[in-house]
Write a protein that binds this ligand. Sequence first.
Ligand code: FAD
Length: 326
Amino acid sequence: MALVRIAGAGLAGSAAAIAALRSGASARMWDPSRIPKHKVCGEFLTPEVQPVLEELGLWEQFLATNPARMRRMKLTFGRRSSESRFAESALGLSRYRLDALLRGEAETRGAQWIVERVPGRVDIVAHGRQFVPAGRERLFGFKAHFRGPVSDAVELYFFDGFYVGVNPVEDGLTNVCGLGPESGFKRLGFDYDALVCEGNRALAERVRPLSRSMDWLSTGPLVFDTRLTTPPVEELLAGDALQFVDPFTGTGMAIAIWTGGMAGRFAAEGRPAAEYYQSVRAGLERQNEWCARLRAALEFGWPRFLAPLVPPAWFFSLTRPKLESR
Ligand SMILES: Cc1cc2nc3c(=O)[nH]c(=O)nc-3n(C[C@H](O)[C@H](O)[C@H](O)COP(=O)(O)OP(=O)(O)OC[C@H]3O[C@@H](n4cnc5c(N)ncnc54)[C@H](O)[C@@H]3O)c2cc1C
């Protein structure tokens, strides 16, 4: 029986192990971090996640975790807002629950988890973001859960180089998560309460009825980059180890599970890495192009003028990946 060796047991690594086991191989994951634990993430999932989880036999278990459902999307740029309804509901689930679901399932199905950093060469690299900042200003992310009135919308607030997402997750909790430039955080003394309560009037009104139920978490520096242009010849990179794109698309988790699952199947079946990367490119090329354009537009401040004219559904449809099973 083939053994598939995996660096990382986050979403991508656990999905790789589950897919390898379902393809008849055995799986070994190395990961020094214990779960469940909270992670900096918007915890917003687009409908693409359903077929990706179905492929791993996990959709029913996912629904049993009681994810929140979102029917609307609202974008606020400075003082201007616009809103659209989703054609299909989006979902909200904490990383505490989602990571536990995937890693637990991998172990239940027989994957071995070694609680150490990966010691050497592996078949699948799924150890998350490890891109090195070069030149550009460093970005950082932050997040906390809040209690209070629950909405059925995902709301994104863009201001002064920051954006902050507010959306429901399970059990009546609301996730508040954002990212921005180091210089902006320094100006505020890294005071996240001050940022969400004073940085933008519409955001301050949105969070006023809520009360924070956990300490703020932060992460960074964040670097948007991809290794899809020059991938390694043999190793299969999956999830954020392959690429980290701007999280405003809300698809990083679905892509991590999709690439992880596909890498697990390719490794178990001994299929060539070049074919794997070709399949990933076919799914992500259009999204990557639009994300690069929208990030550039954000940096020039254009959305402030365009937002009232363009419905959020248009931005949403442009940044959809095609996560087809291969
Ligand atoms: C601010 C922010 C907001 C976001 N919001 C969203 C959102 O709303 N929706 C969405 O879909 N995505 C979002 N994302 C993206 C999403 O969080 C990632 O795409 C996702 O976590 C990628 O999963 P992964 O398994 O590749 O990596 P990770 O979840 O980072 O897992 C990597 C694992 O590898 C382990 N590891 C690290 N180094 C080693 C090593 N040397 N050896 C072995 N193991 C190692 C780590 O302990 C970890 O368990 C957001 C990201 C950020 C930063």
